[in-house]
Design a protein around this ligand. Structure first.
Ligand SMILES: *[C@@H]1O[C@H](CO)[C@@H](O)[C@H](O)[C@H]1NC(C)=O
Ligand SMILES: *[C@@H]1O[C@H](CO)[C@@H](O)[C@H](O)[C@H]1NC(C)=O
Ligand SMILES: *[C@@H]1O[C@H](CO)[C@@H](O)[C@H](O)[C@H]1NC(C)=O
Ligand SMILES: *[C@@H]1O[C@H](CO)[C@@H](O)[C@H](O)[C@H]1NC(C)=O
Ligand SMILES: *[C@@H]1O[C@H](CO)[C@@H](O)[C@H](O)[C@H]1NC(C)=O
Ligand SMILES: *[C@@H]1O[C@H](CO)[C@@H](O)[C@H](O)[C@H]1NC(C)=O
Ligand SMILES: *[C@@H]1O[C@H](CO)[C@@H](O)[C@H](O)[C@H]1NC(C)=O
Ligand SMILES: *[C@@H]1O[C@H](CO)[C@@H](O)[C@H](O)[C@H]1NC(C)=O
Ligand SMILES: *[C@@H]1O[C@H](CO)[C@@H](O)[C@H](O)[C@H]1NC(C)=O
Ligand SMILES: *[C@@H]1O[C@H](CO)[C@@H](O)[C@H](O)[C@H]1NC(C)=O
Ligand SMILES: *[C@@H]1O[C@H](CO)[C@@H](O)[C@H](O)[C@H]1NC(C)=O
Ligand SMILES: *[C@@H]1O[C@H](CO)[C@@H](O)[C@H](O)[C@H]1NC(C)=O
Length: 841
């Protein structure tokens, strides 16, 4: 088998003649005592997975010893480990990596050792290093079975490969910490690091400058095998995570079930931990990142920088400041922050003079609205905003103040961790920033302007009046928006501002932005969606919008138009008076949807999705199917909303958004599995929603009496045991068993079919429509593994009503473990639910 599948074996035969005694053989995976590596020589792991040698970092002349995926695995060089992170060499041909005194040592051009494995070993003979197929570089004395003297897995750089550990050993005092690169061209340790809490709380932290913690995974919960604040780990079919804790060591590690998946975690220069998987068709694909929002990274934009979640780049200098190191900003390293353009004059008042004899003016304060306040403010006991201002003014060190809720806070020195929020964000505060007087507009020129206007208006006042009259008349008759691309209308921002009464009536928020109600002059009602975090330029946006605009179906919300001005991107839709399905299913005890209506909603939604997937010119994957995105018109006819948005917002953004924003329960496993997502991902989400249409509660919520923990598992158990009589007990209790047994059964079978783990086993939306129309029959699908995972079959039986009364006969040991596990899982679901609610549309 080895010889058959190992092309490297042949290669090494071919190149055997090129081997020199003192140099590395081409294709070898080992450096032995008398060999050295330099120039463009590399070693490659035995199975052809990883390669080690000199690499050049970005657009610099610095070379480092690093490890990357072999080119047949990932064609674009992707560095996963760096030896000499801090000290590069500039001439790789006169530098060499070799065994010296029992260590692997890198010698620079002048043969000075600049990096070493630095272990003290008794035996210096037969020392060698081997690059293994899992990306571990191992230093050993003697045979391959001997314990490693040193291994690169114990000294990770910014990448965490499967099989490596992140944790600490209390016996050797060794810790494994992931540290970001300084910037995209410099592998030296940056400001952000991921480590296991050395105090033993079983939680991971991301730290800024090794000291400030700004993200935590929450503690490891051994029962549900997730970190408490990373509930999406529950939806995991790719990684086998394990947490090991004993007297000597604590660490977390993972492996990949399917070895053909190439996946890695990195501590990114963005200060986020990111999981990326290699897809042949799309390159490195981002599947997961935390903290979710860039601006949640502590001090991401450095001193006097301000982070804005809705702009690209995320960092900007405050007004009156400029990047300290422009070059680093271009490399996405904002940590250097910003410098003041004009030095402060402090309390010198009007008496001081500059070097050239010019009079200095008092510093002034600039008002910055909708800010999140910087860290490290001191509170001051004063009674008014003007006292607060003069307190700050009189303290030469004070750089800013805020007066919020009758409390004065001042900041001295650098302002860190500032965030620019949107105007409608309730958390926005006003900050007053101290600036030199010259940063403010020269009042002289203002005076000149006023005079000019006065003279001008005196002369041309009649003309002006005439113009105003014309303008008013025109404005009254002006049609809002103008038609482009057939049916779509391009709106002006100020018009949308007007019809929505300055975005005052919010219909919903989340996903890709907030939605506001608006009334047009013809008194038709519209819904205006303000998009957040759009990474697309104007032209691309218009192209995508016009594609979406051509898609029309009775079960899809109609896009009427859009607005694209500067960085603003808005979409205008028909307004749906009956709101979204989630409100009817979960929140309206007095207005219960009858079974028949629910069935029609399920069918209509399926038709809308089938149209998107199969009938449009370019198949559109919705990516975010959930009850919040099913709107109901006056007749309670369902209309799918937000289709096409995933593409509109930009791929990486949307993937993170949809993965992270409260849609956990509807996410198909392949979203985080490292394969390309197809329309079958929508089928999965639709199936999860069908369960909710039947039960009238969220799948993630246990039933009121706590007996049914995860409805889909329970329902799957009931329908596969095929007891027709029980089917009505699955129905929303608010309907009082009023429903068509055959239809309920059909819907639940479809749901089970839709949520199969393997997408190839799920139906297409077209098939779903046919089944619900009664044209096609569905065989009983098997219970998907994902449903079994929420509890083994025993667990399901234990929690059905009929068997719970008999639980006393159940084998006591097993049952009690099952039930205690269940409780803890249920309570952790509940604790996450409120967040769910906030973030969903
Ligand atoms: C390495 O070189 C030394 C002396 O130069 C020699 O004694 C030893 O056998 C060599 N080892 C190998 C593995 O070639
Ligand atoms: C690489 O760096 C040089 C000088 O440092 C600069 O002139 C050049 O534009 C850079 N190239 C790229 C692609 O950034
Ligand atoms: C090699 O490293 C040493 C120690 O860091 C340094 O002093 C020396 O200048 C380096 N040589 C070259 C050619 O860079
Ligand atoms: C090697 O380790 C010793 C102590 O074990 C330390 O003093 C020395 O600085 C280390 N050298 C390098 C190059 O890391
Ligand atoms: C580990 O650290 C502890 C406390 O800092 C110290 O007492 C112990 O000697 C260290 N052990 C080793 C092997 O360095
Ligand atoms: C560990 O705990 C001690 C005492 O509880 C505390 O002083 C210290 O700051 C903690 N260290 C970290 C890194 O949290
Ligand atoms: C990080 O902390 C060190 C002290 O531990 C300090 O000297 C350095 O200035 C800090 N870096 C930044 C960017 O604040
Ligand atoms: C998961 O990892 C653990 C520990 O590494 C191992 O014992 C177990 O067999 C693995 N499970 C699977 C299904 O590979
Ligand atoms: C801890 O380390 C000691 C000595 O290093 C060893 O004897 C013991 O078996 C280890 N315990 C565990 C749980 O690994
Ligand atoms: C500025 O000048 C006035 C009058 O000339 C004087 O009273 C005041 O103390 C001076 N202020 C400072 C800060 O020197
Ligand atoms: C005040 O002005 C004087 C003279 O211009 C200057 O030397 C001094 O540094 C200033 N003081 C402060 C705190 O800026
Ligand atoms: C201003 O900062 C300097 C240096 O940090 C400090 O010595 C001085 O006491 C501060 N002054 C006030 C008024 O806080």
């Amino acid at each position: 088998m080895e010889t058959k599948t190992n092309p490297k074996f042949l290669l090494s035969l071919l190149f055997l003649s090129l081997c020199l005694k003192s140099r590395i053989c081409f294709g070898a995976d080992t450096i032995t005592a008398n060999q050295s590596l330099s120039g463009d020589q590399t070693i490659v792991s035995a199975g052809g997975k990883f390669e080690l040698g000199f690499f050049k970092a970005g657009n610099t002349s610095n070379y480092y010893i690093g490890m990357w995926y072999y080119k047949t695995v990932v064609p674009e060089q992707t560095i996963v480990w760096v030896a000499n992170r801090v000290q590069p060499v500039s001439d790789r041909f006169s530098s060499e990596l070799r065994i010296s005194d029992g260590n692997l040592v890198l010698f620079n051009e002048s043969k000075t050792p600049i990096w070493s494995t630095n272990v003290s070993s008794s035996s210096v003979s037969s020392i060698h290093v081997v690059l293994s197929d899992n990306g571990n570089l191992v230093l050993r004395a003697g045979s391959d079975s001997s314990l490693p003297l040193w291994q690169s897995f114990d000294y990770p750089a910014h990448t965490w490969l499967p099989g490596a550990r992140i944790g600490f050993n209390t016996v050797t005092n060794q810790t494994q910490v992931l540290t970001s690169w300084k910037n995209s061209d410099d592998p030296a340790p940056g400001l952000f690091s991921l480590e296991l809490d050395p105090n033993g709380s079983d939680a991971y932290f991301i730290l800024w400058n090794r000291s400030i913690r700004y993200w935590t995974s929450g503690a490891w919960d051994p029962k549900s095998r997730i970190f408490s604040l990373v509930p999406e780990m529950r939806l995991n079919y790719i990684y086998n995570f394990s947490y090991v804790k004993n007297k000597n060591e604590s660490y977390f590690t993972y492996s990949v079930y399917d070895p053909s998946i190439t996946s890695r975690f990195i501590m990114d220069v963005s200060g986020q931990i990111k999981q990326r998987s290699w897809l042949k068709s799309q390159g490195w694909n981002l599947f997961w990142s935390q903290p979710r929002k860039q601006c949640e990274v502590y001090a991401y934009c450095g001193a006097f920088g301000s982070c804005n979640e809705n702009s690209l780049p995320f960092c900007n200098c405050l007004n009156g400041f400029e990047p300290k190191l422009k070059m680093n900003w271009d490399l996405q390293d904002y940590s250097g922050g910003c410098n003041r353009r004009t030095t402060l004059n402090c309390g010198n008042g009007t008496n001081g003079t500059t070097d050239n004899g010019k009079k200095l003016k008092k510093d002034r304060f600039r008002e910055l609205t909708s800010m999140s306040l910087p860290v490290g403010g001191q509170s001051v006991e004063v009674g008014s905003t003007s006292q607060c201002e003069s307190f700050c003014f009189n303290d030469c060190n004070c750089t800013a103040y805020a007066y919020v809720d009758n409390k004065c806070s001042i900041w001295s020195g650098d302002l860190l961790d500032l965030q620019q929020l949107t105007a409608d964000d309730g958390n926005g505060k006003t900050l007053y920033l101290r600036l030199a007087a010259s940063e403010f507009k020269d009042p002289k020129s203002k005076k000149g302007l006023i005079i000019g206007v006065a003279v001008g208006s005196a002369v041309g006042i009649a003309v002006l009046l005439g113009l105003i009259v014309v303008a008013v008349l025109r404005d009254r008759n002006r049609v809002i928006g103008k038609s482009v691309e057939g049916s779509l209308v391009a709106f002006e921002y100020r018009d949308l501002q007007e019809v929505t009464k300055n975005f005052s009536e919010k219909l919903g928020g989340g996903g890709f932005g907030s939605v506001f109600k608006g009334t047009m002059r013809d008194s038709s009602v519209i819904a205006v969606k303000k998009l957040e975090s759009v990474s697309q330029g104007e032209k691309q946006f218009r192209t995508e919008v016009s594609t979406i605009g051509t898609i029309q179906h009775v079960n899809l919300v109609r896009l009427r138009g859009f607005c694209s001005e500067g960085s603003k991107r808005l979409l205008v839709y028909d307004y749906m008076p009956n709101g979204s399905l989630d409100a009817h299913l979960f929140n309206c005890p007095n207005d219960v949807l009858e079974w028949n209506t629910r069935y029609q909603i399920a069918l209509g939604t399926a038709r809308g999705l089938a149209y998107l997937h199969e009938k449009c010119r370019d198949c559109i994957i919705h990516c975010d199917i959930k009850p919040e995105n099913i709107l109901l018109d006056t007749e309670l006819c369902p209309k799918v909303a937000d289709f096409g948005l995933a593409k509109l917002v930009g791929r990486e953004f949307s993937r993170v958004l949809t993965t992270m924003r409260g849609t956990r329960g509807y996410l198909a496993p392949e979203w985080i599995s490292g394969v390309a997502v197809t329309a079958k991902a929508d089928v999965y989400s639709y199936g999860m929603m069908l369960f909710e249409i039947v039960s009238g509660r969220r799948n993630s919520e246990p039933s009121e009496d706590g007996k049914v923990r995860f409805f889909p598992s329970w329902a799957a158990g009931v329908i596969t045991s095929n007891e027709e009589g029980d089917v009505l007990s699955l129905l929303d209790p608010k309907l009082g068993r009023n429903g068509d047994v055959e239809e309920i059964m059909r819907v639940l079978r479809v749901a089970c079919w839709c949520v199969q783990d393997d997408e190839a086993h799920r139906p297409s939306m077209g098939q779903v429509v046919q089944i619900l129309e009664g044209v096609l029959n569905v065989n009983l699908p098997s219970v998907p593994r994902s449903l079994q995972l929420f509890g083994d079959s025993q667990d399901i039986v234990f929690f059905t009503e009929s068997s719970s009364s008999q639980s006393s006969h159940a084998p006591s040991n097993n049952t009690s473990t099952a039930s205690s596990q269940t409780k803890s899982a249920a309570s952790s679901t509940i604790s996450k639910r409120s967040e769910d609610h906030q973030t969903s549309t």
